[in-house]
Write a protein that binds this ligand. Structure first.
Ligand SMILES: [Cu+2]
Length: 68
């Protein structure tokens, strides 16, 4: 298992955190996802089935910007 911290801009509140968490939590290979709008981070625990680029795309598709 791998821990990844994405820098994500555009989150303003808990609603934004929930939007990201709900969009990502059932994706292939995602064990846990915790978004924090104050830090501007999305912390992911991923197993070997995860495709990080797809996860980033998903976050961008719903209106946020992934910086790393
Ligand atoms: Cu919000």
């Amino acid at each position: 298992m791998k821990e990844i911290i994405l820098k994500v801009t555009g989150m303003m509140c808990e609603g934004c955190e929930n939007r990201i968490q709900n969009a990502v939590k059932n994706m292939e290979g995602v064990e846990t996802v915790v978004a924090n709008h104050q830090e501007g981070t999305v912390k992911l625990s991923l197993n070997e089935n995860a495709d990080i680029s797809k996860i980033k795309e998903k976050i961008e598709d719903i209106g946020f910007t992934v910086e790393n």
